[in-house]
Write a protein that binds this ligand. Structure first.
Ligand code: CTP
Length: 380
């Protein structure tokens, strides 16, 4: 692959050196284009030495800048700053890199990197939405400790993830519609108390992001989580299981795949208090079962391809396979509940007509991509 690697001016620019190394190792040809600001974070000479080619910095050096992107298979901008994303969202072309992006006839991938508040700013959200609509493919960002000392969304994806993303051609699921549930549900006891569970929503959001990266149209119905909704997804926040069922049924028509990652509360309180229940000795709560969303969808006349999740504390194979049969679904993802809940990593087994596929411990992000590959195989 011939890749133009654009580097813009953020602290994550130092990771671009590793990216160049990874691409060259895979046998890709790399042409580096830097903005003036990027050259203040990492020396062009470093990238020149690594890529074995002169690094382009200015659009005034020659008039061949448009040809540069004509021969390329992809342009990747990593890191892509908030400022650069604003530029491409608006079609500005005031330096070499933005001109190349505007004049390209190849896919454009961007790996955003910025402070978490910049990422959450309404203007950035708007720009992200717009570039997605224009067909730009986003890689990340991720969550974590930032250079400014804050923790949150906006860290550039790791170079390995970016490099492997470009190999796995991203548009495999284009034209497919995915409906995904994620997070916990919360069931009120009274106006101030609830029954819920420890689901963080991380796996469901990772599945949504991986589906978006693969070109699918994604609707994400999510219980309350502390997570930032993936840009580009239709996002429907809900709180109770009944609300989740309603949102799913309103959107199920035309879906190709339904992935039920949510940890739906199995029970709800029969008559939740309308005012705060006062402490007075023992309290007995009467609970009734919630509807089974996954079984409701798989029981439709013409159901989408349904994927369930089974978090078990023991007998994983047996329990997961029982659920697969009981809910009449073609695929279920099992994991042993424990440290996976709330964490960034997991270890899963995918059960389907093809048998059991065990995926070793890895980040939820990587597992989500592997799961999508399995879904894709079954769809075809
Ligand atoms: N599920 C659902 N609606 C429910 C309960 C579960 O859609 N009311 C889905 C989950 O999203 C998951 C799968 O069904 O994909 C299995 O969920 P789980 O809670 O493990 O199974 P249950 O059927 O509730 O069985 P149990 O809690 O007894 O293990």
């Amino acid at each position: 692959m011939k890749i133009i690697l654009g580097i813009t001016g953020g602290i994550a620019a130092y990771k671009a050196a590793e990216l160049v190394r990874l691409f060259l190792k895979k046998g890709d040809e790399i042409e580096v284009v830097m903005t003036e600001a990027a050259s203040r974070f990492i020396a062009p000479l470093t990238l020149q030495a690594l890529s074995g080619k002169p690094v382009r910095l200015s659009q005034w050096e020659d008039m061949a800048h448009i040809d540069l992107s004509r021969g390329a298979d992809a342009i990747l901008v990593a890191p892509a700053t908030a400022d650069f994303i604003a530029k491409i969202a608006n079609g500005l072309a005031d330096d070499l890199l933005s001109s190349l992006c505007l004049a390209r006839n190849c896919p454009l991938y961007i790996a955003p990197a910025m402070n978490r508040q910049m990422w959450e700013n309404a203007a950035t959200k708007r720009n992200i939405e717009r570039v997605r609509e224009d067909g730009v493919v986003l890689i990340g960002p991720g969550e974590g400790l930032q250079a400014c000392g804050e923790t949150g969304m906006g860290r550039m994806s790791e170079p390995e993830d970016i490099a492997s993303f470009l190999v796995a051609s991203p548009k495999r699921l284009s034209g497919k519609q995915f409906l995904i549930t994620a997070g916990p549900t919360i069931e009120p006891i009274d106006p101030v108390r609830v029954i819920t569970n420890r689901s963080s929503g991380k796996m469901g959001y990772a599945v949504a992001r991986a589906a978006l990266e693969s070109g699918a149209e994604v609707t994400l119905v999510s219980g309350p989580t502390g997570l930032f909704p993936p840009a580009g997804a239709k996002y429907i926040p809900v709180s109770t299981a009944a609300e989740m069922l309603d949102a799913v049924m309103e959107n199920i028509h035309g879906q190709d795949v339904f992935v039920a990652v949510a940890a739906v509360a199995d029970y709800r309180v029969v008559n939740p208090g309308t005012s705060k229940i006062k402490k007075a000795g023992k309290l007995l709560l009467e609970l009734e079962p919630n509807p089974d969303i996954l079984a409701t969808v798989s029981g439709l006349d013409n159901p989408p391809f349904c994927v369930g999740f089974a978090a078990e504390t023991e007998n994983l194979d047996e329990n997961a396979l029982l659920k697969l049969k009981r809910k009449k679904i073609p695929m279920i993802v099992g994991n042993l509940a424990g440290d996976a809940i709330g964490g960034d990593e997991n270890e899963i087994v995918i059960y389907s007509g093809e048998g059991a596929k065990r995926l070793p411990r890895s980040s939820k992000k990587v597992l989500a991509r592997q799961l999508l590959e399995e879904i894709e195989k079954q769809l075809s």
